[in-house]
Ligand binder design. Structure first.
Ligand SMILES: [Zn+2]
Ligand SMILES: [Zn+2]
Length: 425
């Protein structure tokens, strides 16, 4: 396999923490650490990134109002921008955006910023940079599954809340109001029910879901089939859902909330990780109702799994594009592969940046070449006219004698003027 030329990243290639574990760091936390590593305020870094990608800015808009770790397309966009700038791929794994197609928004965002003081204290004693976990930004999670304690939301020193990251300058783990260490907070032991929820969400966060949004209905049909003999109304009354809610999921593109998924997982005796992977083949809920072995209509499972992209293959294709004589842009590569530009930066970061770098270099070189060719053409016309005895020529006289391609170059008159000046001196 040929090695890809890895252009220097614009921002530090800061390593994100906890990827692939239940303790995965949030993008909000990564962003604050990145700003800190550049001795910049988080606000400044946010403004700089927006300006760089030509995004209109609203002056009064604080960076922390953006919620970089959520499920929104905006969070995914920020992950892609930061991947492009740092050269660190897959930063969307530090947001909830991979779950957008299968998790409903209601009840997902907590009302205030929370944290586990024991996690922060442990980071400090372990010599790890204190960082914020993505699971703390998921409302149904109220406890830390690792330390088996409740999450807390007030500073132990000044007793204020929302002091975790809502400020211009943020050092994760320290109060934005008084500067005290948030890991000093006292907390209560967690209840077994809350621990179960935290564990389920932890399993979910370990890897992105494999069920695509178009596989959601077949998955829900399987769930209803196994848990209520395929009868939506029984399913609704048995597990406390509204009938209209179920019909919304099955017929109108509705998406179950995390709480609804937890209800299904709890009663169905199946982990969220298995559900979101569409891994329901051998699954039997614990209370199987008496049933005659009747022939099932065709399995509703078909189509649950998503079209998984083969990234090894895509990366190889990108590397092949780098060997082509003509340099192409990332947009062109994305079009040719039928893969979103954002995803290229997230999943094939080094290759995407190498393509962008090569394209920019080529374009700059071509611009220079064109300039030289143009100037020599102007020079030839000028020398010819001078040799024929024409004095006092205007730039327009020269322009009439250039070919149409040269005539259409932007700023052509200033190019002519430059050449004329150089001949005079
Ligand atoms: Zn903890
Ligand atoms: Zn404080």
């Amino acid at each position: 396999m040929s090695k890809v030329h890895n252009p220097r990243s614009t921002l530090h290639a800061l390593a994100p923490l906890g990827q692939g574990t239940p303790d995965v760091e949030s993008l909000t936390s990564y962003f604050c650490r990145l700003a800190f590593s550049h001795s910049m305020t988080a606000q400044k870094l946010a403004d700089w990134v927006l300006e760089r990608f030509d995004n209109a800015m609203c002056e009064k808009y604080g960076w922390h109002q953006r919620n970089l770790s959520s499920m929104s397309p905006e969070s995914e966009q920020w992950a892609a921008w930061l991947s492009e700038l740092t050269g660190v791929g897959a930063l969307d794994r530090h947001t909830l955006s991979p779950w957008r197609g299968i998790l409903g928004t209601p009840g997902l965002a907590p009302k205030s910023d929370r944290w586990c003081p024991c996690c922060l204290a442990e980071d400090k004693t372990n010599g790890t940079t204190p960082h914020l976990r993505l699971s703390w930004d998921i409302a149904p999670v109220d406890v830390c599954q690792r330390h088996k304690v409740e999450l807390t939301s007030t500073c132990p020193h000044c007793e204020r809340s929302n002091v975790r990251n809502r400020s211009t300058i943020v050092v994760p783990g320290y109060c934005t109001s008084c500067g005290g260490f948030l890991g000093d907070a006292k907390t209560e032991p967690a209840s077994p029910e809350d621990l179960w929820v935290a564990r389920q969400v932890g399993l979910m966060l370990q890897e992105p879901p494999k069920v695509a949004s178009h596989g959601l209905v077949p998955l829900l049909e399987t769930v209803i089939e196994r848990m209520a003999d395929g009868r939506p109304s029984n399913f609704a009354s048995r597990y406390g859902f509204s009938k209209s809610g179920i019909s919304h999921w099955l017929n109108k593109g509705g998406i179950p909330s995390l709480k609804a998924w937890l209800t299904i997982a709890g009663h169905g005796g199946i982990g969220l990780d298995r559900l979101f992977a569409g891994d329901v083949e051998g699954w039997e809920p614990p209370l199987v109702p008496m049933q005659l072995p009747i022939e099932m209509p065709e399995s509703p499972r078909a189509g649950i799994k998503s079209r998984e992209l083969d990234w090894e293959h895509i990366r190889a294709q990108l590397r092949a594009m780098l060997e082509e004589p003509e340099a192409i842009s990332v947009n062109q590569a994305s079009e040719r592969l039928g893969v979103d530009r954002k995803n290229l930066y997230l999943q094939a970061n080094a290759e995407a940046r190498a393509i962008a770098d090569r394209y920019l270099r080529r374009r700059a070189a071509r611009g220079e070449q064109r300039q030289t060719r143009l100037q020599s053409q102007i020079g030839e016309v000028l020398d010819e006219r001078l040799a024929a005895g024409y004095e006092g020529m205007s730039a327009r006289d020269i322009w009439y004698r250039l070919d149409t391609e040269a005539q259409s170059v932007p700023g052509i008159f200033s190019h002519i003027a430059t050449v004329m000046d150089s001949r005079r001196s």
